[in-house]
Design a protein around this ligand. Structure first.
Ligand SMILES: NC(=O)c1ccc[n+]([C@@H]2O[C@H](COP(=O)([O-])OP(=O)(O)OC[C@H]3O[C@@H](n4cnc5c(N)ncnc54)[C@H](O)[C@@H]3O)[C@@H](O)[C@H]2O)c1
Length: 155
């Protein structure tokens, strides 16, 4: 086989494999009664969470929100679900009815808002420590205490 035949054979093989992967993923992991997980942040810790949850058979890795686009693409590939959706804006992911629970692994200053808004959207949440990076200020300039961030984030 010359080089161009070889290239065609490789491409055909890749397309077939990719199609089978999508079909088999749905059959193996796509049951509706599994918990749909959405990940926020695909850095050092976020990637570790994806790796851990990939080992569970009762969850479906359905979405990823990441502000840095190359990492969003990288994360979606790493998740291994060809049907998973990527979001650069977490609010769009919170609108996704396939997402039952979210795993927050962004920098600290996002934790409070992402958690409160996830709960408001009806999602269960796992959030990395710390819950908040300190006292937070609402739009009126009032300072809230650590642990009281739900009120300040929503007001
Ligand atoms: N690194 C550690 O050893 C370690 C250990 C325990 C806990 N933590 C905690 O885990 C969290 C994440 O740490 P890390 O080291 O993975 O950070 P990281 O900087 O490696 O990753 C954070 C990711 O979140 C993304 N991001 C930022 N804001 C976002 C937003 N609004 N929506 C979506 N994506 C967003 C960034 O682009 C980045 O890819 C931190 O709160 C940290 O305190 C870290």
């Amino acid at each position: 086989m010359n080089e161009s035949n070889n290239l065609r054979a490789t491409r055909r093989g890749f397309v077939t494999t990719a199609a089978l992967t999508a079909v088999s993923y749905n059959r193996v992991l796509g049951a509706n009664d599994r918990i749909g997980l959405g990940f926020i942040g695909f850095g050092l810790i976020g990637k570790q969470h994806v790796a851990d949850f990939k080992k569970f058979t009762d969850v479906n890795l359905v979405a990823l929100s990441e502000t840095y686009r190359p990492r969003l693409q990288q994360g979606l590939e790493y998740m291994g679900n060809p049907n998973a959706r990527g979001y650069s804006d977490f609010r769009r992911m919170y609108d996704d009815k396939n997402v039952d629970a979210v795993i927050v692994a962004t920098p600290d200053h996002w934790h409070c808002l992402l958690t409160v808004m996830a709960c408001a959207a009806g999602k269960d949440v796992y959030v990395e420590k710390p819950m908040t990076s300190g006292a937070v200020r609402n739009r009126d300039g009032e300072v809230g205490l650590v642990g009281n961030c739900s009120q300040t984030a929503l007001s």
